[in-house]
Design a protein around this ligand. Structure first.
Ligand SMILES: *[C@@H]1O[C@H](CO)[C@@H](O)[C@H](O)[C@H]1NC(C)=O
Length: 162
């Protein structure tokens, strides 16, 4: 948890320095799955193998319109699913890294491009019905952010296994 708190603090203190960056998302690969059905947190889901898998739910935004991921840090095992459930207004989730938390990971790490995830924008006025789900492939830290406007610079970042 300490590194995510440090990152959020860092972002809050560098809003001006970050400036605005316009990024073309069209080239990003989409390794996750977007659906509009939302499993309940912690409910085992039948996987392709017929086994049970754990789904960690992260809210992108919240009922109050906050620029947050809730929770902003989860611990997941290899093979677990992480499902982002979108709240108003128009958020996204894109993979980044700790060094460059508000830009697509492939901009600073070309080798990551093939597996980088990006949900696309999820405009909605509903509460967590739009979802985007990824599978955790290893235990390395996975950082992500909302690519909408200045949401990331305002703290809308999170991590899996930070
Ligand atoms: C959502 O945000 C994206 C990026 O800013 C924008 O292009 C799109 O028009 C927005 N969608 C809606 C419905 O507001």
């Amino acid at each position: 948890m300490s590194s995510i708190l440090a990152l959020v603090t860092l972002l809050a203190s560098t809003v001006v320095a970050q400036g605005s960056s316009t990024v073309s998302m069209s080239a990003m690969s989409m390794s996750g799955v977007a659906t509009n059905t939302a499993p309940v947190a912690g409910t085992p889901t039948s996987g392709a193998s017929g086994g049970l898998m754990t789904v960690h739910v992260i809210k992108a935004g919240n009922q109050a319109g906050g620029l947050v991921f809730e929770p902003n840090s989860v611990t997941a095992n290899v093979g677990d699913m992480v499902q982002f459930q979108f709240y108003p207004k128009n958020h996204s989730v894109a993979q980044s890294n700790f060094a460059n938390p508000c830009m697509p990971i492939q901009m600073s790490d070309a080798a990551a491009a093939a597996n980088a995830f990006y949900s696309g924008f999820m405009p909605t006025d509903r509460m967590g019905q739009l979802t985007y789900t990824i599978q955790v492939k290893d235990t390395n830290p996975i950082w992500f952010y909302c690519s909408q406007g200045k949401h990331c610079q305002n703290g809308m970042v999170g991590a899996i296994n930070p």
